[in-house]
Design a protein around this ligand. Sequence first.
Ligand code: GN1
Ligand code: MG
Length: 365
Amino acid sequence: MTELTQIAALFAPQGEIAAIAPYGNGNVNDTYLVRPALGQPFILQQLNGRVFQDPAAIMHNLRQVSGHLAAAHRTSRRSSSCWRVIEPLATCTGADYHTDTRGGCWRALSYIDNAVAFDTIQSTAHGREIGFALGLFQRQLADLDPAQLHDTLPGFHITPRYLAEFEAAWASASPKMTPEIAYGRTFIDNAAPRATVLEAARAEGRIRERIIHGDPKVANILLDRASGQAVALIDLDTVKPGLPHYDIGDCLRSACNPLGEEADEPTAVRFDLDLCQAILTGYLTEAGAFLNPEEIALFPDAAWLIAFELGLRFFTDQLRGNIYFKVQSPEQNLHRALVQFHLAESIASQLAPFRRLVAGLAGDA
Ligand code: GN1
Ligand code: MG
């Protein structure tokens, strides 16, 4: 038996494992789909200990969030549909997670059958479902007491912090000025003055925190294979208090980029406003209930900012030697950064129609 099979067996009451295969394309954790000989398939994950340093806190949050979502689901308008909740699964001895001989942390999650997530947006109908799912998720968590959650990633999505980290990494790496590096550096210099757009609005009391998902990219929203309807948001390790703008910004920068995060040619990347309209229409059917027009007016800034921020994070990781995001090649994080910078440029070039679109939707919400 391999070590992986032995670890999987700890979460399978009957012990015997029929199959294990890598699952999804996450950039941080290692994920597997496990099929036990008897019983339900489940997801097995090794948490990235460098990113998530307190597994007990992560699992505590997951239980709180999943319990709250399950309770909200029982009373929800959508209870008759295919909407589902991901649950943590304990080991056979009742533990939340297993620590291996090298200190690696393993946990298991329920697996939802007949559902699929895509790495890139498929259609405007897909966009609408994605937006709806994010709005419903946030609405269902709106009354979860933030004091129940640990902050497992302090400073997550505070863009000025990532900018400072980039500058420090740049200073110690002093990279050679290839055309790609020079483009990235110039882009950051021009974008830097706008890095505070959300934190300044928060400091002025114009927008406020709620419980957010933290990572609502296209690949983290499951759809029912048959109907195409949203089933669940997965990857709940970043759920914590934060600005809803981080979520909608991340969702838009992910879902309005049809070529995706791993696009071959960064200069070909575009932000698609029609998809944006579909996503925001779906989102506001739920989130319109708790967001005011001033908050909604900042959505275009949020989409631009989170694209810029993710580019900064990728670029910084490249300069530090690729220690955070998994890579298949040494230049992959730089390439990913350029994709996000070109996406942010495309958003900036469409800001006027984007603001008109959002103003119209805010009026309807
Ligand atoms: C990481 O692990 P994954 O792929 O779900 C990252 C997100 C980024 C995303 C970009 C904890 O998410 O913030 O937006 O990559 N997660 C963390 O694909 O840093
Ligand atoms: Mg994630």
